[in-house]
Ligand binder design. Structure first.
Ligand code: ADP
Ligand code: NI
Length: 202
């Protein structure tokens, strides 16, 4: 297989699906996750190419992003065969992707699955994660911050601040720690600015 050509065709396929997304699942998310998955794989002695490819494709067929997930998955697997992956490799990639999602509570059953999940979770935390939480919140008409309502700030407590403890790889844990501290700092500043406004508003 010509790996460079395969990657180019896969990136093209990913661009076609995600380039117009404004909910935090655009092609740039896929590329960041792919680049972290590749980096973690190298550190972990796993197959960096398979991890990069699976990460690039990890949101293809996600139920909240696709009206016909089964068809998208079929197209994805056809592309993988076309660019030269064996049936066995396609199964490995399918398996890793199926176990990535936080909202579906999936638990990976392979090292590749764990690496993709770590890379995807890193993209939900830190500076990028904060941006994505507000973008996603906006896409479902959720307020930034509002008492007694489900808002983007509450998502930090429901998910984002829990992810540090759920990382699988050493390298993922280290990066998650840094991003976790940054989110804590961000929240502290957010409340400070919020309080100032409240103190002077009555
Ligand atoms: P996964 O694919 O792992 O299930 P999601 O697709 O639910 O994750 O989340 C994608 C991005 O949107 C993440 O950055 C996540 O933190 C953010 N997100 C998901 N639900 C909410 C929400 N209710 N409010 C704000 N951000 C959210
Ligand atoms: Ni993702």
């Amino acid at each position: 297989m010509d790996k460079r050509d395969a990657l180019e065709r896969i990136r093209h396929f990913v661009n076609d699906f995600f380039t117009d997304d404004t909910s935090g699942h655009d092609d740039v998310h896929m590329k960041r996750v792919a680049s972290w998955a590749k980096y973690i794989a190298i550190k972990e002695g796993e197959n960096p190419f398979l991890c990069e490819v699976a990460a690039l494709l990890h949101d293809v067929g996600d139920h909240k992003l696709f009206s016909d997930p089964a068809q998208a998955i079929q197209q994805r697997d056809k592309l993988l065969m076309d660019v030269g992956f064996t049936e066995n490799e396609v199964d490995t990639i399918d398996d890793a992707i199926r176990t990535v999602s936080f909202s579906r509570g999936a638990v990976p059953n392979s090292r590749i699955g764990e690496i993709i999940q770590d890379a995807d979770r890193l993209d939900a935390i830190g500076a990028v994660g904060i941006a994505r939480a507000f973008a996603f919140g906006g896409s479902i008409n959720q307020p930034i911050y509002k008492e007694d309502e489900k808002d983007a700030i509450s998502h930090f407590y429901e998910k984002l601040l829990k992810l540090r403890e759920l990382m699988h790889t050493e390298c993922g844990k280290q990066e998650a720690e840094r991003r976790h501290q940054f989110m804590l700092q961000y929240l502290e500043e957010f409340y400070r600015e919020q309080e100032c406004r409240e103190e002077t508003s009555h």
